[in-house]
Design a protein. Structure first.
Length: 56
């Protein structure tokens, strides 16, 4: 089993639909520290799709 933990903010509500399996899409905004000449906060959007196989 794969497990991922993401901490951030949802940019909008998850979209759910069914095409034989349950599917959801969502975008998480995550802040990352970028250390260059100055320390600054950089925000990155992570697009994800998840699905669940039906149980038999």
């Amino acid at each position: 089993m794969n497990q991922v933990v993401m901490v951030g903010r949802l940019t909008k509500g998850p979209e759910q639909f069914y095409i034989g399996v349950a599917i959801a899409t969502f975008v998480v905004a995550v802040e990352q520290e970028v250390i260059e000449y100055f320390e600054e906060q950089k925000e990155e959007s992570i697009h994800r799709v998840i699905w669940v196989k039906p149980t038999i």
